[in-house]
Write a protein that binds this ligand. Structure first.
Ligand code: NAD
Length: 481
């Protein structure tokens, strides 16, 4: 069976423990590869390689760093088909989605930061009366840690690694143990692109073992983490006494506010996507839909009709809209929320049941599910489900819509549907979220700041924000006569 090895100091290697974890194909429930079960010894080895590589990499010219990152981007692009298939098999997502979103975006991440670093400038401040000139050095931090989740595996892994490398750091990175395959393949791509040994080290294993060892390692001075809010809390507690720099991109429970004056057909089509893309397993999916009461009944009927047309199927079938959920435990968690919704008095308008796909009977498939709720404070409206489940509820006034939108502990993204510019301005300012999409969803310009407020995290990724995170600012003050 294929082994998913660590990539340390430019070489693939087995974990120190000699132990392996099963890697499941969610579309049929079969174990199809073995993942290195790494521990603190492997992290230490990866750290040593990264530390040794740091002086040279941080002194490599920006043009050279940029050239290598652009080469990685090009090789990812050339391997689009192979990587998309690997992602679909490992994660359960439709191959069509991996082909147009996950892998192209992973390539764009390397290309974007390969270019951005050539434009990353720092400030100079002349204090005329004092006769001093200050300039800011933006220096790489050293060895940094990158930890990513399973929902957009290579996409989110590269979103952290690319800016870290562009800024001159060396990296110890761990992908999710649930979806390690494309991160494993990235090792050989980096070797082919000529990335020097030790600059990027990819270690596989569980969160409590390999992940925890990255966060605890005293030499790793910054951690960029994307994952669940509970894990983020634990990570912050571990890292705080060592004063590590932290960027935490955490969970969400994003509102979708629909006003009667919106472009209805466009809203309806996009809302189906924002609810169920990637089986609802995108941190930015709009999982709470609030609709102005005058169009609520119409929306309810049209939305449910469209959702019922979505096809749940094998990720490799061309007409599949929703593939498999990522794992059996995750499927069970999502199903438990459907049961909670019923207990709470929610009404299942469509979906709610698991799906048996012919030829893939043991896969983790679930119908896209729409639940009408009567209280925005109920558990299914407050807790992150992270699956193909959305709630809908009417509102009467703008104030009520805002109150419900903001009435959760999360604050990642939000979507607003309206044609009224004044309303757009008012609501955008008041929404408690890191991102507000107006009349669109998941429209991403990589230069923009990305991240959440409240329990959705701290820090921002994207554009120069990411390059700022992965550098330390140093003020140099020179007195002149
Ligand atoms: P998770 O928190 O279980 O795991 C994320 C990563 O952290 C994995 O690599 C895991 O192995 C590692 N990890 C777990 N325990 C650790 C520990 N003690 N120390 C160090 N690392 C540890 O999250 P998940 O289930 O993989 O992903 C789903 C979550 O990610 C959802 O909550 C989703 O909203 C969130 N997410 C957020 C964003 C964002 O940008 N805000 C993007 C995607 C996903």
């Amino acid at each position: 069976m294929q082994k998913i090895l660590n990539y340390i100091n430019g070489e693939y290697c087995e974990p120190h423990s000699g132990e392996w974890l099963d890697n499941y194909n969610p579309s049929n429930g079969e174990v199809y590869s073995q993942i290195a079960n790494s521990n603190a010894t492997d992290i230490s080895k990866a750290y040593d390689a990264a530390k040794a590589a740091f002086p040279e990499w941080s002194n490599t010219t920006i043009e050279e760093r940029s050239r290598i990152l652009l080469k990685i981007a090009a090789i990812i692009e050339r391997n689009l088909d192979r990587l998309a298939k690997a992602e679909a098999k490992d994660n359960g997502k439709p191959l069509s989605l991996a082909r147009v979103v996950d892998i192209p975006r992973a390539s764009s991440n390397f290309r974007f930061f390969g270019n951005a670093i050539t434009q990353f400038a720092s400030d100079a401040h002349e204090s005329v009366g004092l006769g001093t000139m200050n300039y800011t050095l933006r220096q790489p931090i050293g060895v940094v840690g990158c930890i990513s989740p399973w929902n957009l595996p290579l996409y989110l892994f590269s979103w952290k690694i690319a800016p870290a490398l562009a800024a001159g750091n060396t990296v110890v990175a761990k992908p999710s143990e649930v979806t390690p395959m494309t991160a494993y393949l990235l090792g050989e791509i980096c070797t082919e692109a000529g990335l020097p040994k030790g600059v990027l080290n990819i270690v596989h294993g569980t969160g409590p073992s390999a992940g925890q060892a990255i966060v605890e390692h005293p030499g790793i001075k910054a951690i960029s983490f994307t994952g669940g809010t509970k894990t983020g809390e634990h990570l912050a507690r571990t890292a705080a006494p060592m004063f590590k720099k932290l960027s935490l991109e955490l969970g969400g429970k994003n509102p979708n506010l629909i006003f009667a004056d919106c472009d209805y057909d466009k809203m309806l089509a996009v809302t189906v996507k924002s609810s169920f893309a990637n089986q609802g397993q995108i941190c930015l999916c709009g999982s709470r839909i609030f609709v102005e009461s005058s169009i609520y009944e119409k929306f309810k009927k049209d939305f449910v009709a469209k959702v019922q047309q979505l096809k749940v199927g094998n990720p490799f079938d061309a007409d599949t809209n929703l593939g498999a959920l990522v794992s059996k435990p995750h499927l069970e968690k999502v199903q438990s929320y459907i049961a909670i919704a019923e207990d709470e008095g929610g009404k299942i308008l469509c979906g709610g049941k698991s799906v048996t796909v012919k030829g893939s009977e043991n896969g983790y498939y679930l119908e896209p599910t729409v639940i009408e709720v009567y209280d925005d404070q109920c558990r299914v409206n407050q807790e992150e489900i992270f699956g193909p489940v959305v709630t809908i509820m009417p509102f009467e006034t703008e104030e009520e819509a805002l109150q419900m939108a903001n009435g959760v502990k999360y604050g990642l993204s939000s979507t607003l549907w309206t044609s009224d510019l004044n309303r757009t301005m008012r609501i955008s300012k008041k929404l408690e979220a890191g991102i507000v999409w107006v009349n669109t969803w998941l429209n991403r310009d990589l230069r923009t700041p990305f991240g959440g407020v409240k329990d959705s995290g701290v820090g921002r990724e994207g554009g120069f924000e990411a390059l700022r995170f992965f550098t330390e600012a140093k003020n140099v003050c020179i007195k002149y006569e």
